[in-house]
Design a protein. Sequence first.
Length: 375
Amino acid sequence: MLPYGRQSIDEDDVAAVVAALRSDWLTTGPAVDRFEDAIRAATGSRAAVAVTSGTAALHVAYAATGIGPGDEVVTTPLTFVATAATAALQGARVVFADVEPDTGNLDLAAAEAAFTERTRVVTTVDYAGLPAEPERFRDLAHAHGALFVEDAAHSIGSTWDGLPVGSIADLTTLSFFPTKNLTTAEGGAVVTDDAALEARARGFKNHGLVRDRDAQRWPDEGPWHQEVHAFGLNYRLPDVLAALGTSQLTRLAAFKARRAEVHARYDEGLADVPGLLTPARRDAADPAWHLYPLRVLDGRRREVFDALRAAGIGVQVNYIPAYWHPVFADLGYRRGLCPNAEAYYAQEISLPLFADLRDDDVDRVVEVVRATLGA
Ligand SMILES: *Cc1c(COP(=O)(O)O)cnc(C)c1O
């Protein structure tokens, strides 16, 4: 089965992991610092905090904002459930606002209409790799005294108005799952320019431990002493995986270029087919495409999906609206809440897209889609 996404691992990646395994540090060592430096460089941000997954990155980011019961987080339903689940785990109420019909990104006007005096955070998702107007969401958040979190699990390497993803939001979260734009197997990061947000993020990912004597309540306890001032978790990315990430980051530009070629080849092969919508773009964006979200109109999505799967092509659907998950339904969220997101979901198929995908595989996918629709 041709997968819809997969990692690209070369001999340099293997050598980097082996070197980390032979070093003195399997975790919490210098490879993590090097990876954080490389992420800062790639995202144009002041600080990067490496963590164990994109989900951990979101949890850490929300913890850093200090949200809790009584607070609201405005976000998109067209995302992996973790974008909303981690806010709910912090005790906040998740308020879903609808998406733009063409891009699937959170709609600025819908998000603004969802703000109340309890809104503390607005979280966008750069769906498929296309940034969701980050400057305007930052301005919207700040005008209301809220923070802007950008879930950039899809979009490391993308730019908006020439600015790299990670350089605009108050907190940007990344995922390094194997299907994403680069991988550490499991892994993620939070990036920020704000020293206080960085400090809280670093605390939460490491049990809230305070080792700096100047910050301790009982600094004279002894040289072994460390204190917890706020509860945290262990979300530390090991050196073995950080070394893989640093090696992968050297090829981010090449991954982006190949993903753009595949994306363009699908556009070329499918743009003329009646009953299909190829992915929308925005002039300000230069995306590192994570997904190719094809939309099949006239209720024929399932037919095309089944034909592709039957041909050994491992397509996926991204995403079921987050509030359709029973955990949200049981909290009272109703279907119909965000009609654009629901319509997008009903039409969407993610075609295979990854750096090592071959042109003849792309052409085969195009042929199956065309043949199914009689084009
Ligand atoms: C993949 C993904 C996540 C979660 O990342 P993991 O590394 O799998 O935990 C969060 N948000 C979005 C939009 C994602 O695609």
